[in-house]
Design a binder for this molecule. Structure first.
Ligand code: NAP
Length: 265
């Protein structure tokens, strides 16, 4: 029987993951199928267990189920524990193993596709939701000079920064601070909003990274207007998928051709 994988979310019809994993499988000669499954809002657990019991080998998990996936996993990686969220499940020998590949996806996108090494850099992480939680530990492991977490609801930024052993606060705490890398992990771009950033937030040559992809955002426009280099989250999406593929199949696919394919689509 062909190995089965799936991404679970709600909604899920927009997901590019089936396309990405089909391309990885073609590229590496792996035989598998990967589908998108909309789990009911009130029964994520039931949907995943039914998939596993029908022979599923692994699953990705997206909004709004990453915290539930964390609870479903019997064992978890250190980076999943640090995030309190799981986006990659592996089913083997009756066990459910949970991992979080979002942070590795971001770091690999920075290193491999954007020529930006976080080591020794001053980094600002905007947001304290699921996306921000997933990237804190992998960023800290690169030993930046500084990681500062800023969020609209300040106490959440302080909570998260305590978890990552860095600094954090509300947006007003950004006054007078400047950064080499500013990562927008808020959902502001989804609503066409711009987090309230000081005009002089970017160091010379800084990179502005919006985790959202698929359209230009007020954050990226603000960054361009203030001389920063910009990147969207498409590379992170493909890199986190590659990390999951490597966990499941033991082979690492090439990401650059897949990113290019999605950009041209
Ligand atoms: N490229 C990728 O692979 C990838 C992976 C994961 C996520 N993402 C993207 O990352 C973004 C965040 O996702 P998420 O799952 O972390 O969402 P989430 O858990 O709902 O978190 C939302 C965060 O955004 C903040 N926020 C919402 N509206 C805002 C506004 N108008 N101004 C300032 N802050 C605002 C919230 O602040 P409060 O705490 O004050 O409410 C919170 O910190 C989305 O655009 C998502 O598409 C991309």
């Amino acid at each position: 029987m062909t190995d089965r994988y799936a991404v679970f979310g709600n909604p899920i019809s927009h997901s590019k993951s089936p396309l990405i994993h089909a391309e990885f499988a073609r590229q590496t000669g792996q035989e598998l199928v990967y589908e998108a499954i909309e789990a009911p809002m009130d029964d994520f657990r039931g949907a995943v267990l039914a998939f596993r019991d029908a022979g599923g080998r692994g699953a990705n998990v997206t909004v709004p189920f990453k915290e539930q996936a964390y609870l479903l996993a019997g064992e978890r990686s250190e980076r999943a524990d640090a995030a309190g969220a799981v986006n990659t499940l592996t089913f083997a020998d009756g066990e459910i193993w949970g991992d979080n590949t979002d942070g590795a996806g971001l770091v690999n996108d920075l290193l491999n596709n954007l020529d930006f090494d976080p080591a020794g850099q001053r980094i600002l992480l905007l947001g304290a939701g699921g996306a921000a939680r997933g990237v804190g530990l992998p960023l800290m492991e690169r030993e930046p000079a500084e990681l500062f977490v800023a969020n609209r609801t300040a106490y959440k930024a302080r909570e998260l920064s305590a978890r990552f052993d860095c600094y954090g606060g509300g947006f007003e705490a950004l006054e007078g601070r400047r950064f080499d890398l500013v990562i927008n992990a808020t959902a502001a771009s989804l609503a066409g909003d711009l987090p309230p950033l000081p005009e002089d937030i970017f160091m010379r040559g800084a990179l502005a990274y919006d985790m959202m992809y698929g359209r230009d955002t007020p954050f990226l426009a603000f960054a361009r207007a203030h001389g920063a280099r910009t990147a969207d989250g498409l590379g992170m999406l493909v890199e986190q998928a590659a990390e999951a593929f490597a966990i499941w199949r033991g082979v690492r696919p090439q990401t650059a051709p897949v990113i290019a394919m999605l950009r041209n689509a």
